[in-house]
Design a protein around this ligand. Structure first.
Ligand code: FAD
Length: 283
């Protein structure tokens, strides 16, 4: 276990992608020893419902790393959740990140679970042995009227059984630190990991930031603009940017760093090389 916590997110390959690509990702992460790897849950049409459990099983059983399986709430019934929990148990997965999920155009919500906290409470009621994680938003969830309102709702998430929070990506470290302070003032005492998305591609960084309504500081805009036509240079600058964010967060006492790997182990490895000595191994 690291102090602060060090974890990664990976996503299942698309339904028609070769199954071996996930092994390339996991092999590429060898030797990094994250405290856990979380595996996303796709809600789109090309997603395979069983992929999260299968990949979480691979992470746990074949690579010996704790796995956290994401599960979205909006389009599922209680029976779907019961079946998925059974799949997770069989896969040896004991940690879940319940999410509401994003709206998928053309799909009608099942109308059973409105918020992530409803799904969290349901999972706890049927099997309290699962450890539950939750998402949080340093700049407020885009659908919240204010950051304060979002933190009130985050409190409900924690009250429904979530004992570990992972943040949405952000590029302004100050915004995260202010959010964490506000959450503590509202008596949210569970660990809050900072979600770091390395800004290594200009278009997708700006697209994601827009989608998540994450503030892009002037300094980052300058980096993206200057090297948008030079893939290698932008990758290097993005790795430096993420490494500096991590260093500043750790200096300010963050509980953990959750790196959105985007299934790019080379980028993760280069960041880890820059920051590994900032993490202590406590066991
Ligand atoms: P909620 O916690 O339900 O919040 C959504 C909105 O409702 C917020 O505005 C909140 O303030 C409000 N709210 C929450 N609870 C209440 C309540 N009890 N009463 C009234 N209002 C409330 N998406 C995927 O499809 N698959 C994934 O694997 C995935 N992984 C993610 C991992 C992380 C770490 C993060 C940060 C996001 C992830 N997402 C994923 C995206 C996520 O599904 C979206 O951000 C979604 O819009 C909100 O999900 P949530 O679980 O935070 O929702």
């Amino acid at each position: 276990m690291h102090s602060p916590i060090f974890s990664l997110e990976i996503f299942p390959p698309k339904r028609n992608a070769p199954v071996g690509t996930i092994y390339d990702t996991l092999d590429g992460l060898e030797g990094l020893h994250p405290d856990f790897i979380s595996v996303t849950y796709g809600t789109g049409k090309s997603s395979d419902r069983t992929a999260t459990a299968r990949i979480a099983h691979t992470v746990k059983r074949e690579y010996g790393i704790d796995a956290v399986a994401h599960l979205t709430a909006m389009y599922v019934t209680k029976k779907d959740v019961d079946d998925t929990l059974e799949m997770f148990r069989e896969a040896g997965v004991s940690s879940i990140l319940p999410l509401r999920g994003d709206v998928v155009e053309g799909r009608t919500p099942a109308g059973v679970f409105t918020h992530a906290s409803d799904l969290a409470a349901y999972i706890k009621s049927v099997d309290p042995s699962f450890k539950l994680f939750g998402a949080c938003y340093p700049e407020g969830h885009p659908q919240s009227a204010s950051l304060e309102e979002d933190i009130e709702n985050l409190r409900k998430k924690v009250d429904s059984g979530v004992t570990h929070l992972i943040s949405q990506l952000f590029y302004s470290t100050d915004e995260f630190l202010q959010f964490a302070e506000l959450a503590r003032k509202k008596d949210i005492t569970v660990p809050i990991e900072a979600g770091i998305m390395p800004p290594v591609l200009a278009k997708s960084t700006l697209r994601m930031a827009k989608q998540c309504q994450a503030h892009v500081p002037r300094h980052l805009h300058q980096i993206l603009e200057k090297w948008q036509g030079n893939k290698e240079a932008l990758q290097q600058a993005g790795i430096v940017y993420a490494s500096e964010q991590i260093s500043e967060l750790i200096a300010n006492g963050v509980d953990g760093i959750h790196l959105y790997s985007m299934n790019h182990p080379k980028v993760v490895r280069r960041i880890w090389n820059n920051v590994s000595s900032l993490f202590e191994v406590v066991e």
